[in-house]
Design a binder for this molecule. Structure first.
Ligand SMILES: *Cc1c(COP(=O)(O)O)cnc(C)c1O
Length: 439
């Protein structure tokens, strides 16, 4: 079937050529049913690099100063990242997990403390809490935004709560007004997990600089990438000094004499190679962030028009979304009952890769096992752990995990027409969903 355009409709259609094509294309068969594949070109590769990275890495190599001691790149990176984010102090560390560990340690989270976390996040958020032998207490998700539901936050705080760890998930931003107000009222510190949200903003301020500490990851999949790497933004010099000593095997910035230590610690240092790579990658960071924001916003506007799809919304204070992930909820009922897995398969056949994202973290066996360990039993006691298990329910998140679909950030670095292709593909799948549900 074809749709005829009248003379009057034509000029408008030419102006939005791809949308017009998509209106026609909606009736094409999906690739799964033998129709033409919508996207034949690959999506942009990640990471991106050129001679800037090669020169930087070669410079470190030839300098012979490969670790931060005696080198200049790690320090330069810390200064540049502080300037970029508006953080008072930045400490580079070896990965995002260590950034969280260092932040929790520097802010005084100890065994026996409770730390509030979301269940919709990468395991590292919870691993860092467990490394401090603190108790992770889960607050349900807001399915409208995929972020921690700040309306349910205060009920999770007890007299043993030491810290809140909101995660700005997928580049989107948590309701920081509500979170900071609750933290202030209840006297707890805030460690932002900004590992997925470089350059995202809340009311014009970069995330990671709103709480007592903000943690970033530069692992290979992240929007700023050095293979592995991390950083913590601090607003307080003393806290940064404690963090510095901890990450540097106990040696602070001020020498106490040879083999004399400021504190206990670990070795969580970033190398000069990674810092040089980060400085090179940062020459493109803002331009890439802008492109992701434009494409992500546009794609959300397209998908919102398709019945059964709910792109993650943003709180009013979110002034920039980093779109590390483009996330939406999929309602199979609007697709003739086609299960989410079948929807993803049909999308893959159109040349559009997508995934289902996280499963509920708060009910996984690794966590039950950790909390059933001898150490946890000794620190928290049977009564507290039983109460934890009784209260550990996040029903909105359980459901969110069954409905979510993700596109990765590199798709948002495409040309704008790729967003139209994604919407077209989904419309085709929807038009033939009855047939697809039967194959
Ligand atoms: C990636 C990530 C981390 C951990 O970062 P690593 O560098 O992989 O250790 C922590 N939290 C979230 C939400 C992440 O996505």
């Amino acid at each position: 079937m074809t749709t005829r355009l009248t003379r009057r409709q034509l000029p408008a259609a030419a102006g939005i050529a791809l949308s017009a094509v998509s209106a026609l294309g909606a009736t094409e068969k999906p690739a799964m049913l033998g129709g033409p594949k919508i996207r034949t070109a690959p999506f942009p590769a990640w990471p991106r690099f050129d001679a800037t990275e090669e020169t930087a890495l070669q410079d470190v190599l030839r300098s012979g100063k490969w670790g931060r001691s005696g080198g200049q790149y790690v320090k330069r990176f810390e200064e540049a990242y502080a300037k970029l984010t508006g953080a008072k102090e930045v400490l580079a560390v070896c990965n995002g997990t260590s950034a969280l560990t260092v932040a929790l340690h520097a802010l005084g989270v100890e065994p026996g403390d409770e730390v509030v976390v979301p269940p919709y996040t990468f395991i590292a958020t919870v691993n860092a809490v467990l490394r401090q032998h603190a108790l992770p207490v889960f607050v349900d998700s807001d399915p409208e935004t995929f972020q921690l539901d700040a309306r349910k936050l205060e009920a999770a705080i007890t007299r043993d709560t030491k810290a809140l760890v909101p995660v700005h998930l997928g580049g989107n931003v948590c309701d920081m007004d509500a979170i900071l107000a609750i933290a202030k009222k209840r006297g707890v510190v805030v460690v932002e997990d900004a590992c997925q949200s470089h350059l995202a903003e809340w009311r014009g301020r970069k995330v990671g600089t709103l709480g007592d500490a903000g943690c970033f990851s530069f692992q290979a999949s992240k929007n700023l990438n050095s293979g592995e790497g991390g950083a913590v933004a601090f607003q307080n010099e003393d806290v940064r000094e404690r963090a510095y000593a901890f990450h540097n095997s106990g040696s602070g910035t001020k020498s106490l004499g040879s083999f004399m230590y400021a504190s206990e610690g670990s070795n969580l240092r970033l190398t000069e190679f990674q810092a040089a790579l980060l400085l090179a990658q940062m020459t493109r960071l803002e331009q890439q962030a802008k492109l992701r924001m434009e494409n992500g916003t546009y794609l959300a506007s397209l998908l919102r028009q398709i019945p059964g799809l709910s792109p993650a919304g943003q709180y009013a204070g979110c002034t920039n979304n980093a779109f590390h992930l483009f996330m939406f909820r999929y309602d199979a009922a609007a697709f003739s009952g086609l299960p989410r897995a079948g929807f993803l398969k049909a999308l893959a056949a159109e040349g559009i890769p997508a995934s289902t994202g996280y499963t509920p973290l708060n009910t996984q066996d690794f966590l039950k096992n950790a909390l059933a360990s001898r150490g946890y039993l000794r620190i928290f006691g049977e009564r507290r752990l039983k109460l934890w298990a009784d209260q550990n329910h996040c029903p909105a998140n359980d459901r969110l995990c069954t409905e979510a679909v993700w596109f990765t950030q590199n798709l948002m670095l495409s040309e704008r027409s790729a967003m139209d292709q994604i919407a077209d593909a989904i419309r085709r799948i929807q038009a033939y969903s009855g047939e697809l549900a039967r194959v």
